[in-house]
Write a protein of this length. Sequence first.
Length: 299
Amino acid sequence: MEEKNMQEILQKAEVLIEALPYIQRFNRKIIVVKYGGSAMVDEELKKNVIQDVTLLKLVGFKPIIVHGGGKEISKWVEKSGMEPEFVNGLRKTDAATMEIAEMVLNKVNKSLVQMVQELGVNAIGISGKDGGLLKVDKKYSDGKDIGFVGDVKEVDPKVLFDLLEKDFLPIVCPIGLGDAFDTYNINADDAACAIARAVNAEKLAFLTDIEGVYKDPADKSTLISELSVSEAHKLIGAGYIGGGMLPKLNNCIDAIENGVSRVHILDGRIPHCLLLEIFTNRGIGTAILGDCEERFYKK
């Protein structure tokens, strides 16, 4: 065998050996993957994400996918002759928009189920309506009524535990029910955090259109590989975190403080970012962890 070919084979073996402690550490543990952004639009990236999650399932993890679909919803709202409207970054959702959003999210949901099934793993798509999974209160934006937008107030994870026990991969779209059984759209980040807390997930991974958390967003060399909750609070307090990262990081902190061991913010535009973050000694995004959690990445 040529030396070059042998070297390539040995490098593949090294990758597998590097992954071993992480497979051992998280075997049979629940990981919630919030799937959104460009990785939902680009067909090749979508295929990569589904391959990643399916691999996690096959090596012993218990993944749950929670997906958004904002860009797709906006497209179909426009096709219906309406103009998408946002208030402080939240979609204003009247009854007609809610009907479109639910149809689109269910369409996205079943397409993801189909992709997982094609890879030989059994998946079931559900919404927060099923089994009373997500109960919500009406959400207001700075006191403004923005329609059928919900704040998760209660999660009943029984349906998810039942599916995991039967060896299914659950795929959840963020639709919930109010007290009067009206249908509400839920921010997918919020839904993923609430579900991760309810199932005591070992990991929560956000697939986004950003590389991770930077101390200085203008300086790409300041990407933070690991960040404790107390360090995250300091960054926020010092004014380093702003824009869309602020609510996302606050969601991460909330998840950690409510029992999730580790939260990852990943750039979903990078092929196989999920595997690179979880199975290598130095990930490609930012991992947020509790102050007492063991740090895994080598500095």
